[in-house]
Design a protein around this ligand. Structure first.
Ligand code: NAD
Length: 490
């Protein structure tokens, strides 16, 4: 029998500081979407495997939580330098398993560094409160970790999304189970190895690979205190309901349908390059992608420039692949359906082929005009390099389209009018708003999180808001001087 040698060794779990073979687990092939080749395998672990990881995380918790935060952050200062040292190798890994371009993959690692830097500022941010609340009586409030927490990740940012949760949750004293997407499990292994090299004690971060069974087991596990999830809205809802019904904290980020409202007074060149980059960056597989544009009034000239810009985005060159054969088929089906429903395909990315990578999963940049709000392409998340353009006469009509959508991740306006921009800032029902910016990701220390069906749960997943999620307040009232003059509290 021929023994197949894969480019990367079979992925294993990571428990208590070393690689762990999940007993009896079935495995799944990991494909590189760039070529369609199998590059590794990933275990589909059982609930029993999760138990072992939770035991390790629970055992590591007391010593980690008792380590002063100023010592905990030293590990992350060192870790940041390791991310910088290994930037190219980490970006190559992201590119290989996810299919994005090298520049996009490197930007993802740069963002991971920024997230790590933010976590290093945590001692300054979580300094407690103290007050003499009554004569001789002092109250103080301190932020304490929750215990073992879990982080469940999607396929589209194999390096960055784990960094939305790992640095903040760990610096704040929690121990963690990470469940990467089974489609992109390679980057997580390196993250764990680099954290160990930086000095993270064994058991503080554990990785359990698998599919929905592990996610369900995480939601049900009695020793996991909080669950963060990033993925599609359908699964985010399931996870939020299951985790909270088991009395856990949960923040679950879902999908998106972000509208870019383009006014006739927008700067044509800047708008065209921003809109084209927003819809096609990371092959449109970003929850912040501007997948729908609403042109208000006379914007034909700007639309023509957008098509011109999109034409320069070429699959296999400055446009990566989508994640799978199924994703490619789904995206192309969306385009075909929209065309059949009467929309006009101005630039057609169907059946893109990259020479030398004929089996890769590529969809070319696509621009479709005269889409109407009732079409499926205007309503569902396409998650590919496709821009659907709708037309309205007024900004209020554009806002009505944006706000009728159940998602609420991001919305943006392109205009040179301050009052129009302000109007959108006030009236768009989304958690992240852009003015003349197509991908309005809030950078640290601002937090990341949408509204509506794009996020379930009270806190955002990053930035200052995440501090509330990953900690609980301990309030202590003390009196050390029994001789002090008493009042009602003394
Ligand atoms: P997904 O929902 O299919 O998978 C996410 C995670 O859930 C994976 O770890 C997967 O193993 C697990 N999962 C899949 N099916 C499950 C089920 N039935 N029960 C329990 N767990 C299950 O998402 P994806 O395809 O990996 O990622 C793309 C989606 O993620 C898009 O919708 C995108 O918009 C969204 N996303 C959102 C944000 C955000 O910030 N809002 C960020 C990144 C990605």
């Amino acid at each position: 029998m021929e023994v197949q040698t894969l480019k990367y060794p079979a992925i294993r779990n990571y428990v208590g500081g070393s690689a762990a073979e999940p007993a009896g687990a079935a495995t799944m092939d990991v494909f590189s979407p760039l070529t369609g080749a199998v590059i590794s395998t990933v275990p589909l672990s059982s609930a029993a495997t999760l138990d072992a990881a939770v035991v390790a995380a629970k055992a590591a918790f007391p010593a980690w939580a008792a380590t002063p935060i100023k010592e905990r952050v030293q590990i992350f200062y060192r870790y940041k330098t390791l991310l910088e040292r290994d930037m190219k190798a980490l970006a190559d890994l992201v590119r290989e398993e996810n299919g994005k371009t090298f520049d996009e993959a490197r930007a993802e690692v740069e963002k991971a560094i920024e997230l790590t830097e933010f976590a290093c500022s945590m001692p300054q941010l979580i300094q407690g409160e103290f007050l003499e609340v009554s004569k001789g009586v002092e109250a103080r409030a301190e932020r304490k970790p929750l215990g073992v927490v879990a982080s469940i990740a999607p396929f589209n940012f194999p390096n960055m999304v784990p960094h939305w949760t790992i640095p903040n949750a760990l610096v704040l004293g929690n121990t963690m189970i990470l469940k990467p997407s089974e489609q992109v499990p390679l980057s997580a292994v390196r993250i764990a190895e680099l954290l160990k090299e930086a000095g993270l004690p064994d058991g503080v971060l554990n990785i359990v690979n698998g599919d929905k069974r592990i996610v369900e087991a995480i939601c049900d596990h009695p020793d996991i205190e909080a669950v963060s999830f990033v993925g599609s809205t359908k699964i985010a809802k399931v996870v939020y309901i299951r985790a909270t019904s088991n009395l856990k904290r949960c923040v679950a980020l879902g999908g998106a349908k972000n509208h870019l409202m383009v006014l006739p007074d927008a700067h044509p060149d800047m708008t065209a390059s921003n809109v084209a980059a927003s819809m096609s960056g990371c092959a449109g597989q970003r929850c912040m992608a501007g997948s729908t544009m609403v042109g208000v009034g006379a914007v034909d000239g700007i639309v023509a420039k957008i098509v011109e810009e999109a034409r320069k985005i070429v699959a296999g060159q400055n446009l990566g692949s989508v994640i799978s054969k199924e994703a490619k088929e789904r995206i192309e089906q969306h385009i075909t359906e929209a065309e059949a429903a009467g929309a006009k395909v101005l630039l057609d990315g169907r059946h893109a082929v990259v020479p030398g990578h004929e089996d890769g999963y590529y969809v070319g940049a696509t621009v479709i005009d005269f889409v109407t709000p009732d079409m499926r392409i205007a309503q569902e998340e396409v998650f590919g390099p496709v821009l659907a353009i709708m037309r309205t006469n007024t900004l209020d009509e554009a806002l009505a389209i944006e706000n009728a959508n159940p998602y609420g991740n991001a919305a943006a306006v392109f205009t040179s009018s301050g009052s129009s921009a302000r109007y959108v800032m006030d009236h768009a029902q989304a958690g992240m708003i852009g003015v003349n910016i197509g991908v309005p990701v809030p950078r640290e220390p601002f937090s990341f999180g949408g509204w509506g069906d794009s996020k379930f749960g009270a806190c955002d997943i990053t930035g200052k808001s995440s501090i509330e999620f990953w900690t609980q307040l301990k309030k202590t009232t003390t009196k050390w001087n029994p001789e002090s003059r008493v009042n009602w509290m003394s």
